[in-house]
Structures are given as structure tokens and as C-alpha cells.
Design a protein around this ligand. Structure first.
Ligand code: DP6
Length: 342
């Protein structure tokens, strides 16, 4: 067995930063589980302020891949990280193992999509370390293999992940549809629990696909929702985007609640925060909510309403804290020192 390529630079190290994203038109369900091919297209906004920074060093001195996540060895995530790195190793013609050091500036595993920014930063750093210079579409495809929503975190602003048609998934990649600066919405994230979620997205969506009687309707109605959201974004029509986004969120949760056993990601504070957002909107404040596979409520608003929205969420019983952010840019390379700094 050839152990590794002789072309590998001994100093094959690079770092990248990526931001989490929040889906407005949700991804839920896979048509191919190993490839993470979705049953529906989806559309998201990439956040600013929150980030994952990751450095990857490929070394001929390493006998196995290693992962440090937020300062701790993480064996649980390592298998997926290794599988994702294998895609890049295959392109580079190397079998060199890697040392990955990654950290988030936001809570991991609490419904804030750390896997999205995590795999986007990982593939971008590994691509740079190996000197591949792959196109962003390929990086999106590889990030998708790590976690579906990570395909979207390669890009900034408003991003659509295409359903695609191919069995190999090469066309199921994300693309940017509008820059963050072109319509700078604000996001307030109401944290209602910091516990790890009981049932992760992967397990939840697989259970839903197998048991929810609404799966067919979910698939059949998604294309119209995507078209509606796209049109709202192009026209900067906040009301229209608010209506279709809340619809997609509640439809996804209704679909998942109808699985067997039903998936209930909300707690009492989640519901209270949804009512608070609806009350604000009814009084004329431009804001809407969305919720992923966890109990946090993301309130999206026009910039002038940001202060009022965050203040109102802080008053909701059971809301522990509120993170405020704008929309952010694409994943990018950063100096290695910035990735590993405390
Ligand atoms: C509810 O991308 O975390 O946030 O592909 O299994 O890793 P895997 O799932 P993941 O699921 C995200 C689901 C969601 C909706 C969305 O982000 O579109």
C-alpha cells in the first residue's frame, strides 16, 4: 500500500472562517442519506458576528486524523470530519492524515447550526492547505457531505441550495442569490435552552421521512415556497418574505411533529417568543420568526427594528439571552494564527 503522496508539502497548513446560516425555506429530509442529498431545495441567510474558525494541517508525521473542537478532543465528530477530508485527499492524491483545530464563538449543538459553519470552514481550510483551489461549487458539495446545511455556509448573504437531479449529487450545491449588503436584515436569536438537543437533525429528518404522513405534501409544495422567497428577496419585499418564511418554518415543524414518535423541538419559552414576535408584527414592527431543530427562536427584522425586537425578546419569560447579528459574508481563508488564538 502506498502510504502517501510524495507531493505533499511538509507545511500543508491553512485556516478558514465560516459563518452559520439560518434557513428561511427549510431543508428537512434526504433522498440519499450517505451523500446528504435533500428531498427539497432550501434558502438561507448567512450570519455575521458568529463564526467557526478552523485550521487544518496535513502531516506525514500523523498516523490518524485528530480533531480539537473548542479546545477539546472530539471523537464523536471525528468520523464525519475524516470522511469529509477524504474527499479533499482524493482530489489531492494524498493519504496524509490531518490535525484539525476548530472553535466557535457561539454555543455548539443548541440549534445554532455549528455543523454548517464547521464543515464549511473545514473544507475551505483543507482545500487551501492542500493547494487545491477548488471552485466554490465543489467546496459547497464537499461541505454538504459533512452536513447538508453546510453547503450554504460557503457563501454569504442570501443563499439557495439546489435540490439537484443527479444521483452523484454534483448539482446539489448552493449558490449566492443576493449579497448581504444589498438587503442588510438583522437577526436576534432568543436562546431558550443551552442543553444539547435530544434528537439531532439527521435522526429527526430520517424519522420524519419514514413515518410522517405529510412527507409527500412537504416535497410537493416546496418549489412554490422557494419561488415565493426568491421573488421576495429580489424585490426586497419584507412582508412577503416574512409570510413565506413563517409558513415554511411552521410547515416543517408540523411535518416533524407528525412523525412517529412525534418530534417536538419547542419548549414553553420557544412558544412564548413566537407569540411575542407575532404581537410585535401585528403592532407594525417589521419582524418574523424562524426555528430550526431546536428550541431557539430566530427573529429576523429590518435594521430599524433591531433594538426593539431584541428588547422585547429579552422580556419573554424563559428567554435566557439574546444574540444580535447582521448578515454576513462568505467563508474565507484567514491567517492560521487567527484560527488557533485563544
Ligand atoms: C432544521 O444540515 O444539520 O436546520 O444534513 O443531517 O447534517 P444534516 O442536517 P442539518 O439540518 C438542518 C436542518 C434545519 C433546516 C435547514 O437548515 O435548512
Amino acid at each position: 500500500m502506498s502510504v502517501m503522496s510524495t507531493t505533499l508539502d511538509t507545511d500543508a497548513i491553512a485556516a478558514a472562517q465560516a459563518h452559520p446560516n439560518i434557513a428561511l425555506i427549510k431543508y428537512w429530509g434526504k433522498r440519499d442519506v450517505p451523500l446528504n442529498l435533500p428531498v427539497v431545495g432550501s434558502l438561507s441567510i448567512t450570519l455575521d458576528t458568529l463564526w467557526t474558525r478552523t485550521s487544518v494541517r496535513f502531516g506525514t508525521d500523523l498516523s490518524a486524523d485528530r480533531l480539537s473542537l473548542n479546545g477539546r478532543e472530539d471523537a464523536k465528530q471525528l468520523r464525519k470530519v475524516s470522511a469529509c477530508l477524504d474527499l479533499l485527499r482524493a482530489r489531492a492524491g494524498t493519504q496524509a492524515r490531518a490535525e484539525v483545530v476548530s472553535r466557535n464563538n457561539f454555543p455548539t449543538g443548541a440549534g445554532l447550526a455549528s455543523s454548517a459553519s464547521g464543515f464549511a470552514a473545514l473544507v475551505m481550510a483543507a482545500d487551501a492547505a492542500l493547494g487545491l483551489g477548488l471552485p466554490h461549487a465543489t467546496l459547497s458539495e464537499f461541505a454538504r457531505r459533512g452536513s447538508g446545511s453546510a453547503s450554504r455556509s460557503i457563501f454569504g448573504g442570501y443563499v439557495e441550495w439546489a435540490l439537484g437531479e443527479r444521483a452523484d449529487g454534483e448539482d446539489s450545491v448552493a449558490r449566492p442569490i443576493l449579497d448581504a449588503d444589498a438587503w442588510p436584515l438583522r437577526v436576534a436569536v432568543a436562546i431558550t435552552s443551552t442543553a444539547e438537543k435530544a434528537i439531532g437533525s439527521t435522526e429527526g429528518m430520517n424519522r420524519t421521512a419514514e413515518t410522517s404522513p405529510y412527507q409527500r405534501a412537504w416535497i410537493d409544495t416546496q418549489e412554490a415556497d422557494l419561488a415565493d422567497a426568491r421573488a421576495a428577496i429580489v424585490a426586497r419585499d419584507f412582508e412577503r418574505l416574512a409570510d413565506i418564511s413563517e409558513f415554511s418554518c411552521l410547515k416543517m415543524h408540523a411535518l416533524a411533529m407528525a412523525a412517529k414518535p412525534g418530534l417536538l423541538y419547542w419548549n414553553a419559552a420557544t412558544v412564548a417568543a413566537m407569540h411575542a414576535v407575532r404581537a410585535l408584527r401585528a403592532s407594525g414592527v417589521p419582524v418574523f420568526f424562524t426555528i430550526d431543530a431546536g428550541p431557539q427562536v430566530k427573529a429576523i427584522c429590518l435594521p430599524e427594528a433591531a433594538g426593539q425586537v431584541a428588547a422585547a425578546l429579552r422580556e419573554v419569560p424563559g428567554v435566557l439571552s439574546v444574540l444580535e447579528t447582521g448578515l454576513g459574508g462568505a467563508a474565507m481563508r484567514i491567517p492560521v494564527a487567527d484560527a488557533v488564538a485563544a
